[in-house]
Design a protein around this ligand. Structure first.
Ligand code: ZN
Length: 361
């Protein structure tokens, strides 16, 4: 108890000292003025809506009307808007047993077994009655299992409601997740149903009826601290909040926890045998999308090494920025703007090569 109290005082003291520092910086009017010049205004810390340079649906891609009968031909995308009609489920059959479905911009994967149905991800916007009615359009078998791609509440906050709805039908939902996801749910007290079955990290498998699924959790930290890819036995993989179909990823790296892990995770996904990917948002993904993302990231890394790293290594990048703009209102504003400025330099450098790909300005 004493130890907890001592730590609390230390944290409080730390924040007070930090407060004193920033107060003294603010009391220097010229420093504050220079900070405003660097930051523009505090509004500069927000991302303004940007017009699309190219449409999300690239003209050279083939988009087909969604269908629950017709399997998607490899390479095709589905003609479904990123932000469709609120509450409406858009469905697409991918293989014999696996379907892609999306509602309110959040996607789930559905695998139809012989006695029941397995679902991957139930977003926080899921209304169970609506989701089950949508699944009922292609199978009357009951949902018996739910798998988590990762533990973020936006992708799996609907699990509690889904479990409750199925309980009303006399079904005990299996909830399958990696040991990392289980750990993170407990550690952060996430409002997500804890898994009933915990699968070891690394490349593991689990059974649903007589079907073997892969649950790969290969990286300690990537988009989150518990990212899994789920691979169905008929070649559909689901991994969420990584790359996007036929689009540049810079604005869409989804607040990645660890960029190196983010790239490594996709290398593992690329190494598996699959034909279709459910990316959690947007549209159906293919291996070529990961390869395109890697090519784009490679150019960004090159731009960093040629245009940012040399000045960083000598410290001249910092002194140039301070000479031009001052130190900023606080160190945080300075660093925030410095990182934004570096990102802008890199993005502009690679833009001529990548301007044909869907992106906003
Ligand atoms: Zn996420």
């Amino acid at each position: 108890m004493l130890e907890v109290f001592r730590k609390a005082v230390l944290i409080l003291a730390g924040s007070l000292v930090a407060g004193l520092c920033s107060a003294s910086e603010l009391s220097d009017e010229s420093a504050a003025h220079r900070g405003v010049t660097l930051a523009g205004t505090q509004d500069m810390q927000h991302i303004e809506p940007a017009a699309l340079i190219n449409p999300w649906n690239a003209p050279e891609e083939e988009y087909v009307k969604p269908s629950i009968q017709q399997r998607l031909k490899p390479g095709q995308r589905v003609a479904v808007p990123d932000f469709g009609e609120p509450g409406k489920w858009y469905l697409q059959r991918l293989t014999d047993r696996t379907y892609w479905m999306i509602c309110n911009a959040f996607a789930s994967t559905v695998f139809v077994g012989d006695q029941g149905v397995l679902v991957i991800d139930a977003s926080s916007t899921v209304v169970p009655a609506d989701m089950l009615a949508a699944i009922n359009r292609f199978t009357h078998l009951p949902v018996r299992a739910l798998v988590y791609s990762h533990m973020h509440t936006d992708h799996n906050g609907g699990a509690i409601r889904l479990q409750r709805a199925l309980k009303g039908q006399g079904i005990d939902l299996r909830v399958i997740a990696s040991e990392s996801a289980a750990r993170e749910i407990t550690a952060h007290q996430d409002n997500i149903l804890p898994p009933t079955e915990i699968i070891p990290d690394g490349r593991s498998t689990f059974m649903f009826e007589n079907f073997e699924f892969v649950l790969g959790t290969p990286i300690v930290a990537a988009h989150s601290a518990a990212d899994s890819y789920v691979l169905t036995p008929d070649g559909v993989v689901m991994y969420v909040d990584f790359n996007y179909p036929a689009r540049v990823p810079l604005g869409y790296v989804s607040s990645s926890y660890n960029m190196t892990g983010w790239i490594d995770f996709m290398r593992h996904v690329l190494g598996e045998e699959w034909q279709y990917a459910n990316l959690g948002h947007a549209n159906i993904g293919y291996k070529r999308d990961i390869e395109q993302t890697f090519a784009y990231m490679e150019d960004l890394y090159d731009a960093f090494m040629t245009d940012i790293a040399p000045g960083w290594a000598t410290g001249s990048a910092i002194s140039d920025a301070v000479a031009q703009h001052g130190t900023g209102l606080t160190a945080g504003v300075f660093w925030g703007n410095y990182v934004d400025q570096s990102a802008e330099i890199m993005a502009k450098k690679v833009y001529p090569k990548w301007k044909h790909v869907a992106q906003s300005g």
